[in-house]
Write a protein that binds this ligand. Structure first.
Ligand SMILES: Nc1ncnc2c1ncn2[C@@H]1O[C@H](COP(=O)(O)OP(=O)(O)O)[C@@H](O)[C@H]1O
Ligand SMILES: Nc1ccn([C@@H]2O[C@H](COP(=O)(O)OP(=O)(O)O)[C@@H](O)[C@H]2O)c(=O)n1
Ligand SMILES: [Mg+2]
Length: 232
């Protein structure tokens, strides 16, 4: 069907073909993603062990968002035996950040597949490259025609002391290859050097809602709830 479309499109003037394909792609996005509604995205950021995953589960349960964890998507990619798996595995064990094209492709696929209009994206963008590439994300790739810019509604930042994050990660017990003291120290360093500047960038745009994440999880959720209740 698409092959026939391309063949007949060759006979038409280029601007008309371009317009037609863009319209078609936009319709597909609306149908696949949100039934025509604007898709809401919230970034959930914070250091490793600050409680992003824990609070995202609460948000899903109470406010009907789909939770996408960049780290979990990358771990699933390793486990699926994909050709990039070994490379991703090595980068995660070193506490470094995976190239944006890989992570963003996984996020794009999950957003389109999710079929919801509300997403919380946890652990992304983790560096400036993640942020800049996502800003010009191409959601539908028919002939690379359509550039769709999805910007977050706001950024939820879980602020937690390094000491507390380290303690939590050492007790997490999920069998993760990066929850050992050597990798944890590297991840904390990467957080300060690469991820904090992203949070500062959004802060300069007035988009950050900061939460004290050193408190016990139920208390942190009270603060999270206040933010989400107000936006509903
Ligand atoms: N507020 C909290 N106080 C104490 N422990 C917490 C808190 N929030 C989460 N945890 C625990 O700390 C560990 C890391 O939490 P997690 O949600 O996985 O953080 P992140 O996704 O930011 O790395 C988990 O074992 C979790 O149960
Ligand atoms: N945007 C992202 C998110 C995670 N990752 C990698 O995945 C690892 C685990 O991320 P995560 O978000 O699951 O980790 P936590 O902060 O939840 O402990 C990171 O340390 C990075 O190596 C990445 O490269 N790029
Ligand atoms: Mg997590």
């Amino acid at each position: 069907m698409r092959g026939g479309l391309v063949a007949s499109a060759r006979l038409l003037p280029r601007p008309l073909v371009r317009w037609f394909l863009q319209r078609r792609a936009q319709q597909d996005i609306n149908e696949n993603m949100s039934g025509g509604k604007k898709v809401k995205i919230i970034f959930v950021l914070g250091g490793p062990g600050s409680g992003k995953g824990t609070q995202c589960s609460n948000i899903v349960e109470h406010f009907g968002f789909i939770h996408l964890s960049a780290g979990e998507l990358l771990r699933a990619e390793i486990n699926s035996g994909s050709e990039n798996g070994t490379m991703i595995d090595t980068i995660i064990k070193e506490g470094k950040i995976v190239p944006s094209e890989i992570t963003i492709k996984l996020l794009q696929e999950a957003i389109i597949k999710g079929g919801n209009d509300k997403y919380i994206i946890d652990g992304f963008p983790r560096n400036e490259e993640n942020r800049v590439v996502f800003e010009s994300v191409t959601l539908v790739t028919y002939f690379q025609l359509l550039q769709i810019n999805i910007s977050p509604e706001f950024v939820l930042f879980f602020d937690c002391s390094e000491e507390e994050m380290e303690r939590r990660l050492l007790g997490r017990n999920q069998g993760r290859s990066d929850d050992n003291i050597e990798t944890i120290r590297k991840r904390l360093k990467v957080f300060v050097e690469s991820s904090l500047p992203v949070i500062e960038y959004y802060e300069s745009k007035g988009m950050v809602k900061k939460i004290d994440a050193t408190k016990p999880a139920p208390e942190v959720f009270e603060d999270v709830k206040a933010i989400f209740t107000h936006m509903a």
